[in-house]
Design a protein. Structure first.
Length: 454
């Protein structure tokens, strides 16, 4: 039997395997299967089969389009939900940023390697003295005393400590640091966070309250003792002076009597300082040109240096200098000039003695600096007295203004206590640290500026 097959039609793959294709494969001589002349295919049947196939394909295409439409809608819905989640996360992230920005405490977060990832504005202000970007740095490199390393290693938190940092005005600020772990839902430590609080002012107030309590008790006792011993001391000095007058000059007895007179006078100075400390007078304030007052005190101390028998300093050496900011020329401050002069004189003399103990005669350097400082939206007159001596031992700084505390062999320990008391009476503050320029001690005194400079 011979078959005829249209390979061109089958090559398109549209009718292959369909009834139409099978029609082309019918035997040519089978007249019972066809109502057409022998060898001529039935095109009407083929077209009907073609139409059926097209309709079937169109139905399939419609079903595919329906499926595609459904899938596209599902994808659109999924994208919409994803977009909503992203927006929700953005809003949450912005909200958390606002929370961190609004918190008065500083917040510093690190990852599991101790690298800083988050720093809120309060922490940036506290660490403004570092003058560098914090994100991306190892916290332990910036602050070796940080407890974050212990927290990341598994130590039970929170761990509390204290950190000294440089403030914007160059002063030292005390920061309370609380380190806690960041724990994932599975219990693993994925980082740590430090919460920072500037407790400088709180500590200062606590110290002032405690200091006031101690001084009140000490003052009451000292005033009574001073009055009791002052009259006998005057009598001893008087009789010893008579002995010196009546004895032969230069004799051993005369020298002994003179030693009694000198010792009694030293005791009298101590008693006088004690009474002065316990009976501080209310400042008699008036508007005083600070540049003139500072210059006059510097010139007085410089003159004392030049005539000192203990040191030989040439007049060409400006051992005591006064540095005045331009905005303080002919500017007045509401103070008691006598008390503030006493403060500056005491601090400058102490600075000179400290520098003399450390330096050669012609290397003594002492500076009095007059300028301004902004503290919590309030302006202050800033007075700094610095020297190139050995500085104040860190262990002594907490007690430096305590009555009778002294590191000198012949000191009474009342000079700085009186200074502190006078500054307090002027609603000011005073602290001590190391001067970055001269290398020795630096006393920083803040006095409130008056709104009236006339």
């Amino acid at each position: 039997m011979v078959y005829k097959h249209d390979t061109a039609l089958g090559a398109h793959g549209v009718l292959s395997g369909t009834p139409c294709a099978r029609l082309y494969a019918m035997p040519i001589g089978d007249t019972a299967a066809m109502n057409a002349p022998q060898g001529i295919p039935d095109f009407e049947a083929a077209l009907r089969l073609f139409d059926e196939t097209v309709r079937a394909l169109e139905a399939r295409a419609r079903r595919l389009e329906e499926v595609l439409t459904v899938k596209q809608q599902e994808l659109t819905d999924a994208n919409r939900r994803l977009s909503e989640k992203v927006q929700e996360l953005d809003r949450l992230s912005q909200y958390l940023e606002l929370v961190l920005s609004s918190v008065a405490s500083g917040v510093v977060a690190v990852d599991a390697l101790g690298i800083i990832t988050t720093v809120n504005p309060a922490a940036r202000r506290m660490y403004a003295g570092l003058d560098r970007a914090l994100e991306g740095c190892q916290l332990a490199e910036l602050f070796p005393d940080s407890a974050v390393g212990q927290v990341l290693a598994g130590a039970a938190g929170p761990l509390t400590g204290y950190r000294q940092v440089a403030g914007r005005a160059g002063d030292q600020r005390q920061i309370e640091v609380v380190a806690s772990p960041i724990v994932a839902p599975d219990g693993s430590v994925v980082g740590a966070v430090e919460v920072l609080d500037d407790v400088t002012d709180v500590r200062r107030l606590q110290d002032e309250v405690e200091r006031g309590r101690r001084l009140k008790s000490l003052g009451e006792m000292a005033a009574g003792v001073a009055h009791e011993i002052r009259n006998p001391l005057n009598g001893i000095e008087g009789f010893a002076s008579l002995l010196v007058r009546d004895m032969q000059a230069g004799s051993p007895s005369a020298r002994h009597a003179q030693a009694i007179v000198s010792g009694v006078r030293d005791l009298n100075r101590t008693v006088t300082g004690l009474l002065q400390f316990t009976q501080q007078k209310t400042p008699n304030k008036r508007h005083v040109p600070m540049d003139e007052l500072a210059t006059a005190v510097c010139e007085l101390v410089q003159a004392e240096l030049l005539v000192s028998d203990e040191r030989s300093i040439s007049s060409a050496d400006a051992a005591v200098t006064c540095v005045i900011a331009e905005d303080w020329h002919e500017r007045r401050l509401h103070i008691d000039p006598s008390q503030i002069r006493q403060v500056l004189l005491n601090l400058l003399q102490n600075a000179v003695h400290a520098a003399q103990d450390q330096q050669q005669a012609n290397d003594v350097r002492v500076e009095l600096r007059l300028g301004s400082s902004q503290q919590r939206e309030k302006r202050y007159c800033l007075l700094e007295i610095a020297d190139n001596g050995a500085g104040i031992n860190d262990a002594h700084q907490a007690d430096i203004f305590t009555p009778f505390f002294t590191t000198k062999d012949h000191g009474t320990g009342l000079g700085l206590a009186i200074v502190h008391s006078i500054v307090q009476l002027h609603d000011g503050s005073i602290e001590v640290d190391r001067d970055p320029q001269l290398g020795g001690a630096r006393f920083r005194m803040l006095l409130p500026e008056s709104t009236d400079h006339d």
